[in-house]
Design a protein around this ligand. Structure first.
Ligand code: NAG
Length: 163
């Protein structure tokens, strides 16, 4: 299926991708960008949404590694470390907030994508502490997921003889 990927510089890429799994707040996806396969999250705010609705959330994909603000393609310089089985890195509450807001903004203002990053940053700063807590809890849950998956991954590596 074709997925659109939201880069950290707020540009969008249309890529070939697949859904790998489901987690509390969305779907885990792999996307092909050139010769690389990136894993990311397709976030939806309603965790009870049935899988058949997944297409509605295509624009919510965020690259899992949001550390570098430049491009989501050039971001991964160290190819040696890339392993498709490596767990997706934990994302912060803000990452989840960003994905949700970006999806909604794109529906409202499809031609103003360049402004979204700033707009989202501003709404995050003016968020009530209760609401911010909601997203930070999602971030904490994601950290637990990452820890759990990393442990399983390492155990598998040891079993396979590649510690
Ligand atoms: C992921 O977890 C590590 C360790 O707790 C933390 O330092 C890092 O900031 C987290 N990453 C994000 C994007 O929140």
């Amino acid at each position: 299926m074709l997925l659109s990927v939201l880069c950290t510089d707020a540009s969008l890429l249309i890529v070939e991708g697949a859904i790998d799994g489901k987690f509390d707040c969305g779907y885990l996806v792999s996307v092909k960008i050139g010769a690389e396969v990136l894993r990311g999250v397709l976030y939806h705010p309603d965790s009870s949404a049935p899988t058949s609705r997944v297409h509605q959330y295509e624009n919510g994909i965020v690259p899992f590694n949001n550390n570098k603000p430049s491009s989501c393609v050039r971001r991964r310089k160290n190819k040696r470390r890339w392993d498709p089985n490596y767990p997706m890195a934990n994302r912060s509450g803000y990452n989840f907030f960003f994905a949700e807001k970006h999806y909604k903004l794109k529906e409202l203002y499809p031609n103003r994508e360049r402004e979204f990053t700033k707009m989202i940053g501003q709404s995050w700063n003016s968020l009530s502490s209760e609401k911010r807590m909601v997203y930070q809890n999602i971030g904490l849950k994601d950290k637990e997921r990452y820890k759990r998956e990393l442990k399983e991954y390492k155990e598998k590596m040891v079993q396979a003889g590649h510690p």
